[in-house]
Structure formats: structure tokens, C-alpha cells
Design a protein around this ligand. Structure first.
Ligand code: SAM
Length: 274
């Protein structure tokens, strides 16, 4: 059965172009166009934005984004085998899809598009967290993106949205909580992917906070790294290399507390006292 966009079913595309999944590239493809549309819809209105997609693969999510009316899509794909399949989509949507061949970890995303940008991706698990952190770290804020709608392993999704006193709270939760409003949109079971991964996945939607608590990224990184590096220890111990009790006293934080009990605001206070 042909897909609603008039392009061939993804299974045929994969077979015709010999796109058997490579584990080293984190290739777990989504072939259900209803599901890819659900992910694309989670991002919000797409008409006036450029969507940056990392890892389009055979193009299931790319097709959904274009079918939902994205003005333009810039997709970065590392696997050259996928390029002919993506070229067919490009031809079907003239002038709306640009494919960049390369490693997303080395791309300067700020220069890819002008105007409002949304990032949507079913990320390769091996580089997903690093990409997210890169998009959260620039000193300049608000960033170049208006929203990010990203697929992660469920475990990573829980870490992204975790706050104080949550078992999954850590450096990622502080960074995301400081600069974004992040929510879990919905879960995706292993059998939705080809081939199925071992774990459940989750789609996370993040939007930047306009004015996060003023704080230097590097200082916040230092504090959270030390505090969560020894998360079961009291802060007077784990933060010793950064000033221990003196630093905690200056920030007005009880030295007997542990990292996982501190709110994002308290981490910022510590960073600002460094
Ligand atoms: N978007 C497709 C889908 O939903 O079916 C494929 C998603 S698959 C989980 C991840 C994709 O990222 C693969 O196509 C893989 O080749 C690509 N990829 C892996 N590492 C990459 C990197 N460093 N930079 C860009 N793309 C990468």
C-alpha cells in the first residue's frame, strides 16, 4: 500500500537501497508513518520554521515533517547509503529538503538556517545525549532553536526531566531544568522500530526558558560534576575540591545535604559563589 504522501512505503525504500540497519550507527528505523507524524506534530506548528533533523536514515520522520508543512528541512546524515533515498524525498518536495552528509557532532548548527528553527530527531543513541548537551551549552541564550523534539532511550528521557529528590536527577536534569522547560511527550515501545532496540524509548519535548537564572555555564558544570560525581556523599565532602564548607556557607546551603536534594536554583547559587 502506498503511503499518504504518494512516496513508496518505507520497507520498499529500505529494500531497494539496501539499507540494512547498522548497529554502530544507532540505526533503529521508524517505518510507521502515523508514529512519525505523531512525533512531528509534538513539535508544534511547522509552517514558518526550518526544521533541523539529525539522522534522517531512510526518511520516515523527514517525510512526516514535510507532509505536515515544514517550510524547509535541513537533515544531517552520516551514512552515505541513505543519500539516494533522501534524494527521492527531496525531488518529491522541491526546494524544501537539504541533506548534509556528515557527522552531526561536527556540524555548526547555528549556520544551517536563518529564521526560526525547530529540531526534531529520532537520535542515534550513541551520540544523542552529547548532541543535546551541545545544544544546551552556548553562552548566548535564548539559543538558535525554538524547540527540540527528540527520541531517547526512556532512561535518558527520565534524566532529562528529573528534578530535585528524583532518583534520575543528575547533571543532565540540572542543565535541562536551568535552561529549558522539558516534558516527556510519549513512550515508544521497542517493536515500533526496525530492528527493535532492547529498551523502551521516549519522545522528549524541550523549549528554552527566555531568562534562565543568570549563571556561567562553566561554573554550573563544575559544581554539578563535583556534586553528582559523589552523589551519595554529603556536599561538604563532594564539593571539597571547590571550597567545601566555605563555598556552601557562602551560598547558604547546609553542608550536610546531598547533591540530589538541591534544586536547580541552589546549584546556580553555588556556581555563582565559585
Ligand atoms: N530518522 C530515522 C528514523 O526515524 O527512522 C533514522 C533514525 S536512526 C535511530 C539514527 C540515524 O542517525 C541513522 O540514520 C544513522 O545513520 C544516523 N547517524 C548516526 N550517527 C550519526 C551522526 N554522528 N551524525 C549524523 N547522523 C548519524
Amino acid at each position: 500500500m502506498a503511503a499518504l504522501d504518494g512516496l513508496p512505503p518505507l520497507r520498499d525504500v529500505i529494500q531497494r537501497h539496501g539499507l540494512d540497519a547498522k548497529k554502530a550507527l544507532g540505526q533503529n528505523f521508524l517505518l510507521d508513518l502515523n508514529l512519525t507524524q505523531k512525533i512531528a506534530r509534538t513539535a508544534g506548528p511547522l509552517d514558518d520554521v526550518t526544521v533541523i533533523e539529525v539522522g534522517p536514515g531512510p526518511g520516515g520522520l523527514t517525510r512526516a515533517i514535510l507532509a505536515l508543512g515544514a517550510k524547509r528541512v535541513v537533515a544531517i546524515e552520516r551514512d552515505p547509503r541513505c543519500l539516494p533515498a533522501l534524494a527521492e524525498i527531496s525531488a518529491h518536495y522541491p526546494g524544501r529538503l537539504d541533506v548534509v552528509e556528515g557527522d552531526a557532532l561536527k556540524v555548526d548548527f547555528q549556520t544551517l538556517a536563518e529564521g526560526p528553527v525547530r529540531i526534531i530527531a529520532n537520535l542515534p543513541y550513541n551520540v544523542g545525549t552529547q548532541l543535546l548537551v551541545n545544544w544546551l551549552l552556548p553562552e548566548r541564550w535564548p539559543p538558535f532553536w525554538q524547540s527540540m523534539t527528540l527520541m531517547f532511550q526512556r532512561e535518558v528521557g527520565l534524566r532529562i526531566v528529573a528534578g530535585a529528590d528524583d532518583d534520575h536527577y543528575g547533571r543532565l536534569g540540572v542543565l535541562c531544568g536551568w535552561r529549558t522547560k522539558a516534558r516527556l511527550a510519549f513512550e515508544v515501545p521497542p517493536q515500533a522500530f526496525t530492528p527493535p532496540p532492547k529498551v523502551t524509548s521516549t519522545v522528549v519535548h524541550l523549549e528554552p526558558i527566555d531568562k534562565p537564572i543568570p549563571c556561567a555555564v562553566s561554573a554550573l558544570e563544575k559544581v554539578t560534576q563535583a556534586a553528582f560525581g559523589q552523589r551519595r556523599k554529603m556536599l561538604r565532602q563532594s564539593l571539597k575540591p571547590l571550597g567545601g564548607e566555605a563555598l556552601l556557607g557562602k551560598a547558604g546551603i547546609d553542608p550536610q545535604r546531598r547533591a540530589e536534594t538541591l534544586t536547580v536554583e541552589e546549584f546556580c547559587r553555588l556556581a555563582n559563589c565559585l
